[in-house]
Write a protein that binds this ligand. Structure first.
Ligand SMILES: NC(=O)C1=CN([C@@H]2O[C@H](COP(=O)(O)OP(=O)(O)OC[C@H]3O[C@@H](n4cnc5c(N)ncnc54)[C@H](O)[C@@H]3O)[C@@H](O)[C@H]2O)C=CC1
Ligand SMILES: CC(C)CC(=O)C(=O)O
Ligand SMILES: [Mg+2]
Length: 351
């Protein structure tokens, strides 16, 4: 019996909707296995700005640091778009949380569910056998550089240290060594100096992994290859912004933005788990959001932060069953609401 003490940050837009569905599934799995579910609910993002005037209240950060396991919905939305710099939900809560907790390794899987392949926008032959993971650097690069306005316009600085590149490259090679033994490093080294250092450092790290194949691709070409022969990839290693963009593209292979989870890990025990999507203001409050990415993120939290492999696998199997039986939201052609999908998966894990 385990006490599942984690920090729950629903955030904004569809965050609380998909979050509630994930909590229902966690409650069902806890009841089944006799675990104690102990989420610590805290405000973050726009919801925190509205309630207490700042996007990352001290008690929210304190809880994250103490529990070391964080389940996050999404932050941001048009209501807060007029705010500038660190007053914004994204720049004032999500990015500092990632940085302060040193969550530099963001892992985002792409393996289309068999049940979704025939409804996908791409042909079956482009999707069958696709199984890759994006290892995205999460605490450096252009999102964290100096930014601002001056008389000439605006600027965003992109910096990477060799140490930052080396540590994420090691994560990628370690992961590839347990999978199909291939790392595809994605950069823009024909133009960017940070990418030249990226490539040199990745080549150096690769010398310690003679059994793992390394290839390099420029990010513009990668966007095309991902849609034409994604089967070629195993671990895609890339920097912060490229990984952000490529994983939204990967969601097309998987059928929806609403099905890809993620884990953001540090060298220590702390892990944050969140869907790759944002707050989806276009569908927020309508019960249309697909909760599967959030539910799978919760499963990853059980596996990676609490060592509960069996429980995580049961949730993943229940998600597959929901997809096979068409128990889905509208983005996947179904008719269920967010809460109904959550309840269906919760009752399936309870059986
Ligand atoms: N981790 C985070 O907290 C993130 C926050 N954002 C923020 O979210 C806000 C909205 O950003 P967008 O560019 O619209 O990106 P988004 O990811 O929220 O939505 C993009 C599209 O995917 C759809 N979508 C997203 N999640 C879905 C789900 N679970 N089920 C069904 N459809 C889903 C949306 O309806 C929309 O059409 C912005 O303020 C942005 O800064 C964006 C990405 C990540
Ligand atoms: C604030 C953004 C960097 C969040 C995002 O789009 C992501 O992490 O995927
Ligand atoms: Mg993104």
């Amino acid at each position: 019996m385990t006490t599942l003490n984690f920090t729950y940050l629903p955030g904004d837009g569809i965050g609380p909707e998909v979050g509630d569905a994930a909590i229902a599934v966690l409650r069902a799995i806890s009841d089944k296995f006799g675990h104690t579910l102990l989420p610590e609910f805290h405000l973050i993002g726009g919801a925190a700005i509205d309630a207490v005037g700042q996007p990352l209240p001290a008690e929210t950060f304190e809880s994250c640091e103490r529990t070391g396991a964080i389940l996050l919905g999404a932050v941001g939305g048009p209501k807060w778009d007029h705010l500038k710099g660190a007053d914004r939900p994204e720049l004032g809560s999500l990015l500092p949380l990632r940085k302060e907790l040193n969550l530099y390794a963001n892992i985002r899987p792409c393996a289309p569910f068999p049940a979704l392949i025939d409804n996908a926008p791409l042909k079956r032959e482009r999707l069958e056998g696709v199984d890759f993971v994006v290892m995205r650097e999460l605490t450096g690069g252009i999102y964290f550089g100096q930014k601002g306005r001056d008389v000439n316009g605006a600027y965003d600085e992109c910096r990477y240290s060799e140490a930052e590149i080396r540590r994420i490259a090691i994560k990628a090679f370690d992961l590839a060594a347990t999978r199909k033994k291939k790392v595809t490093s994605v950069d823009k080294s024909n133009v960017l100096e940070t990418s030249r250092l990226w490539r040199e450092t990745v080549i150096d790290v690769a010398t310690n992994y003679p059994d793992v194949e390394l290839e390099h691709l420029l990010v513009d070409a990668m966007t095309m290859h991902m849609l034409t022969h994604a089967q070629d990839y195993d671990v895609i290693l890339t920097e912060n912004m490229f990984g952000d963009i490529l994983t939204d593209e990967a969601s097309v292979l998987c059928g929806s933005m609403g099905v890809i989870p993620s884990a953001s890990l540090s060298d220590g025990k702390t892990g944050m788990y969140e869907p790759i999507h944002g707050s989806a203001p276009d569908i927020a409050g309508e019960g249309k959001a697909n909760p599967i990415a959030m539910i799978l993120s919760a499963a990853w939290m059980l596996r990676l932060s609490f060592g509960l492999d069996k429980e995580a696998a049961l949730i993943e199997a229940a998600v597959e069953a929901a997809l096979e039986q068409g128990q889905t939201t509208g983005d996947l052609g179904g008719t269920l609401t967010t809460a109904q999908v959550g309840d269906w998966i919760a009752s399936h894990v309870s059986q």
